[in-house]
Unconditional design. Structure first.
Length: 234
């Protein structure tokens, strides 16, 4: 009687966390007490009691399904990245073939519309001329404080500004197409947008968001800035 009372008292002093830590530190415990494995019963979502081994199998199956889902997601991401890299590679090759700034802009527009599903594209170039503006979608850009205030995030960080733009920003970038654009990205070309701004617009409000990955956009902005710098030095 005394022994049982002592055991009950000792068991009562052990908290669930302490028991959990003990079993985690001594996974061989049930090897030494196989009778407990047969006696343990755990609740199931259906309300039916199941044995510890059955519950372990259920947990392992659930974990396996979770891992399978994550693996399939990673495979999809890898495939998307591979397709994006292929498209970016072809875009780079075609831009290298451009003989003028006008051809450069036209090539960019064709790829973004056909290969990347862009609904609207805007290119504003510092020092752009009227001939290029008439022949392509590129527009001359004079950077002043009003332009900097419109796209402060792009100017201050030298990184793409993504998400939902306000009416003034959309009209500045896309003119007549502004009413159809619900989300956009603005990419500075060069440090402090020294060569201009480049924007992509989309009719879907959640297509571009502030937290999206901008690695591709950064590479595209650097690529265009490099081409424009090379042409400016010729």
């Amino acid at each position: 009687m005394t022994t049982h009372a002592k055991l009950d008292t000792e068991a009562g002093t052990a908290s669930p966390d302490e028991i959990s830590r003990y079993l985690s530190s001594h996974p061989e415990f049930f090897d030494a007490h196989p009778d407990l494995v047969a006696e343990l019963r755990l609740s199931h979502s259906s309300g039916k009691a199941v044995s510890l081994i059955e519950r372990q199998i259920q947990v392992l199956r659930s974990q396996n399904n979770d891992l399978k889902t994550k693996l399939l997601h990673l495979i999809d991401v890898a495939r998307d990245n591979d397709r994006l890299n292929q498209r970016m590679h072809q875009l780079t090759l075609d831009l290298l073939k451009a003989g003028s700034t006008g051809e450069l802009i036209d090539t960019l527009e064709q790829h973004l519309r056909n290969e990347f599903g862009a609904d609207a594209i805007a290119v504003h170039l510092v020092g752009g001329d009227e001939i290029t503006a008439r022949e392509t979608l590129a527009k001359p850009l004079h950077i002043d404080e009003s332009v900097r205030s419109l796209f402060r995030a792009a100017f201050e960080t030298n990184k793409p500004q993504c998400g939902r733009l306000d009416r003034e920003q959309l009209e500045f970038l896309f003119d007549a197409q502004a009413n159809n654009i619900l989300s956009a990205v603005v990419v500075p070309l060069g440090t402090q947008a020294e060569y201009g701004l480049f924007a992509i617009g989309n009719r879907e409000a959640d297509r571009f968001s502030a937290g999206m990955d901008t690695l591709f956009l950064n590479h595209l902005g650097e690529l265009l800035a490099g081409f424009l710098q090379r042409r400016a030095s010729v």
